[in-house]
Write a new protein. Structure first.
Length: 147
């Protein structure tokens, strides 16, 4: 009962904070799968000056056990991420992701499509990747982009 009330309150707050459009089907699918993940995406993308690679991108935003973050892959230059792309790309990853919305997508400027790995996953997976980075190691590739 408590979880249901909390979920309802969270959903209502998110709808008020983020313009909600019936045309945004990826966001609706993601909200259905995991409202806390939508909240993590919304918190991350509320920053109008997201640059990748950056500490902000790698640290991401956590809500509950859900994290939204962008991990650099390869030797690509810093790139600013417009807020509209931030929302749309994360929602697309979530909508196509697992039953909880977890997944990854490869984005970047033209010709650099594998530079940015957009990740939605658990706090455990995120924290493991951060530990690898902080220990001077390089985390294994998060996969390869589709051909």
């Amino acid at each position: 009962m408590h979880f249901t009330i909390l979920t309802t309150i969270t959903t209502a707050a998110l709808a008020a904070a983020q313009p909600f459009s019936l045309g945004n089907t990826a966001r609706m699918v993601c909200m259905w799968k995991n409202p806390q993940l939508v909240e993590a995406i919304d918190q991350f993308c509320s920053n109008t000056n997201v640059v990748v690679p950056s500490a902000y991108g790698a640290d991401g935003k956590t809500v509950g056990d859900n994290v939204a973050w962008i991990w650099p892959q390869g030797q690509c230059p810093q790139a600013w991420v417009p807020q509209t792309y931030c929302y749309s790309q994360f929602y697309r990853v979530c909508a196509k992701g697992s039953d909880k919305g977890y997944g990854k997508g490869f984005f970047g400027r033209p010709g650099e499509s594998a530079c940015q790995v957009w990740l939605l996953d658990t706090k455990k997976v995120h924290d493991q990747q951060i530990r690898w980075r902080d220990n001077g190691g390089r985390p294994p590739s998060r996969g390869t982009p589709p051909a």
